[in-house]
Design a protein around this ligand. Structure first.
Ligand SMILES: *[C@@H]1O[C@H](CO)[C@@H](O)[C@H](O)[C@H]1NC(C)=O
Ligand SMILES: *[C@@H]1O[C@H](CO)[C@@H](O)[C@H](O)[C@H]1NC(C)=O
Length: 262
């Protein structure tokens, strides 16, 4: 199945997978099983910085012995810069993550053509969570739009996404290569993230409270992932590993709390 993907899509999938791995805080079980699945010597890439060898073929957990075509080793440095190889130094436990709802950070990104809708998405979050940190990544947005950002909101932070750090195709924002990369950059600084697509509008209160309560009551076991989705954006991960066990990542009850703006 991997040969149908172009290099850009493979990088995105790799970044999503590695983001996912980095996001896990009870990594031991999952990592151990990935290591067991580790593939062949041709799959290795050696870090110039650490001399360590890393597996660059994706192993299919449901089909041991099956693995994807090797990713280009030139991506290794990028992954190191994103703190996605080995254990992330800022990893916290799930228990720690849900013990303080104020530490959750909202993260989104917008290109120029989504700017208006992105500001509506931000304002919807602010209706319910006026003080949580909100980081918006700009995908080459204009000076005029930058001028309209909510500067008086001290918990709002704008970051220009620097696509020049990545392969050129990342600048084609309509292909969404930026998404996993933006999440990875945000995750380097903040361990507990709520990613919100620019066109999603929060329409109900107590989202964080409900999510944390659900995790605490029902999702503390290793049967569940610490990456939780409430829409189809988790599909890449599901298709790769766990289609039969989608509840591991998917929390349907969050879905009605958002509406899609057009
Ligand atoms: C890997 O990436 C480098 C740098 O972009 C490129 O020169 C090289 O041809 C690529 N190798 C393969 C096997 O695609
Ligand atoms: C950024 O936007 C400007 C103005 O629309 C455009 O000319 C330029 O090509 C864009 N750059 C990238 C990297 O997309």
């Amino acid at each position: 199945m991997f040969s149908k993907f172009n290099t850009g899509q493979k990088l995105l999938v790799l970044v999503l997978i590695l983001s996912f791995i980095a996001f896990l805080t009870h990594t031991d079980h999952f990592m151990a099983s990935l290591e067991e699945l580790e593939t062949s010597p041709e799959c290795q890439c050696v870090s110039k910085r650490t001399g360590k060898s890393h597996n660059f073929c994706y192993p299919q957990p449901r089909n041991p012995g099956w693995y994807g075509k090797k990713f280009n080793c030139s991506f290794l440095e990028t992954l190191e810069d994103l703190n996605l190889l080995d254990d992330p130094s800022n990893a916290i436990t799930l228990q720690e993550a849900i013990s303080n709802k104020d530490s959750l950070v909202f993260v989104s990104a917008t290109s120029e053509d989504h700017f208006g809708i992105s500001m509506r998405s931000y304002q919807a979050v602010r209706k319910y969570y006026p003080n949580h940190k909100y980081v918006l990544f700009g995908l080459n947005i204009s000076e005029e739009s930058i001028g309209k950002l909510p500067k008086s909101d001290l918990n709002f932070e704008f970051r220009e996404f620097d696509a020049s750090l990545y392969p050129e195709y990342v600048t084609n924002f309509k292909r969404y290569h930026f998404k996993g990369l933006v999440m990875a950059e945000a995750m380097r600084d903040y361990p507990v993230l709520w990613w919100i697509d620019a066109h999603m509008e929060m329409i109900k209160p107590n989202m964080i409270e409900n999510l944390f309560e659900e995790i605490s009551d029902n999702r503390m076991s290793k049967r569940y992932s610490e990456l939780i989705s409430y829409d189809q954006s988790v599909l890449n991960i599901l298709l790769l590993n766990d289609f039969l066990d989608y509840q591991k990542y998917y929390m349907k009850k969050l879905d009605p709390s958002f509406s899609r703006m057009h």
